[in-house]
Design a protein. Structure first.
Length: 265
């Protein structure tokens, strides 16, 4: 009886874990990497298309600044100049902007695809939908980022950490795709996903990621407040995809059907 009970406990402990064989996991990760790379390629091509229609980008920037002033949002230029007075603060913000956004998003997606495959499906389609809506925004509302406007400092160029370069029309990235901010949108989605999917008491620390990201994109003059706010609104629109059934289906559970004292007999 004791041996049988222990076997039941061990089997219960295995629930919610990744498949024991390495091959299915590797194949799933490779498959998802190819799928996401293809989707990202389509998104990049769309951004390049949007980049050919940038005649109104600076006019839209002036409109956004006027709207923010009407909404009484904090002045980004004032905040940036205050941040520049703090040693190494902006250099750290540049590094965070360039180094955390894509790598952390990719790492979380890989972890989910291995350890929470059913929940990963929800997250994957949510990030695809959010990115698709953002692309529509890039095409319909080309927007010059603050660093291109008078009164702001391009902190990336100032400290030699630019991921774009000095020429706004050069490079592989469309620099007039500021609205909405996918840096903020992806950060908020990753944080929300990990808070909902994981059970650790430390999961609430994920909230720091979108908060820091929002501060960083403003401090480095890569985005306006409204870029991040619109991204959060779009995330709200796509939340039904994230909250579909299955989000918690493969989260580890404890089988309480066997009493501990019985298992030790």
């Amino acid at each position: 009886m004791g041996t049988h009970a222990l076997e039941q406990v061990e089997l219960a402990g295995e629930r919610g874990r990744a498949p024991s064989g390495a091959a299915p996991v590797v194949w799933r990760v490779v498959r998802e990497a190819v799928l996401l790379a293809t989707m990202f390629g389509i998104y990049t091509a769309g951004r390049q298309f949007a980049g050919k229609h940038t005649g109104s980008a600076r006019g839209h920037a002036r409109d956004v600044l006027a709207w923010q002033n009407w909404l009484h949002l904090p002045n980004e230029a004032t905040l940036q100049h205050a941040a520049l007075q703090v040693p190494h603060l902006v250099e750290g913000a540049n590094l965070y902007y360039a180094s955390v956004h894509a790598p952390l998003t990719g790492a979380v997606l890989i972890w989910l695809s291995i350890w929470r495959p059913q929940a990963y499906s929800n997250v994957r389609w949510t990030i695809v939908a959010l990115t698709g809506l953002a692309l529509v925004g890039h095409i319909l509302f080309p927007l010059a980022p603050p660093r291109m406007m008078p009164g702001f400092v391009d902190t990336g160029l100032l400290y030699g950490q630019s991921v774009y370069g000095p020429d706004a029309s050069g490079g592989v990235a469309n620099q007039f795709a500021a609205m909405p901010s996918l840096h903020v949108g992806w950060a908020a989605l990753i944080a929300l996903s990990m808070i909902l999917i994981t059970k650790t008491k430390w999961r609430w620390l994920w909230l720091l990621h979108p908060i820091i990201t929002f501060a960083v994109v403003v401090m480095t003059a890569n985005h306006y407040w409204l870029d991040g706010i619109v991204a959060l609104i779009l995330l709200g629109v796509t939340l039904p995809l994230l909250l579909r059934p299955g989000l918690h289906a493969d989260r580890p559970v404890v089988d309480k059907s066997v009493a501990p004292e019985l298992a030790l007999k």
